[in-house]
Design a protein around this ligand. Structure first.
Ligand code: ZN
Length: 138
């Protein structure tokens, strides 16, 4: 693995490459997505990159009816809510992500514990390339 600092920027660059990367504490094995440079479990800073398989389960979710402006620009509003959630990865780390492929008009059909797989949402604005982390039902 090339040397990149354990930062949000590195994490975003990896997302552009469709890699879901986290950091693993070499001392205690705790994994973080997005990466942390210092372990909040044992306070060591001996980290290594690990690539996640991109599989997990829905740990919590909410349907957003009143989106922030950048999501309104993507076509979401009160009539077309979107879902965000916390995904517990197979590797154990928890990560915030968009949840796609679920119907926020029927939140009773969205189940905590449902199996999910990663999906990368690419957006380009001029020179700027951004990738949003999302998951969809597996
Ligand atoms: Zn640790």
């Amino acid at each position: 693995m090339e040397e990149r600092p354990f930062s949000d920027l590195s994490y975003e660059l990896f997302l552009n490459e469709e890699k879901l990367m986290g950091s693993r504490c070499k001392a205690c094995g705790t994994q973080y997505v997005p990466p942390r440079s210092i372990c909040i479990d044992c306070y060591k800073s001996d980290m290594e990159w690990v690539e996640m398989k991109g599989k997990g389960r829905l740990a919590a979710f909410s349907c957003i009816n009143i989106p922030p402006p950048f999501m309104i620009a993507q076509g979401y509003d009160r009539k077309n809510p979107y879902c965000t959630g916390v995904v517990e990865l197979e590797e154990g780390a928890r990560v915030d992500a968009r949840i796609e492929g679920v119907d926020c008009a029927k939140p009773e059909n969205i189940n905590v514990g449902m199996a999910l797989k990663v999906k990368y949402l690419h957006r380009e604005e001029g020179e700027k390339k951004e990738t949003y982390l999302a998951f969809e039902p597996a």
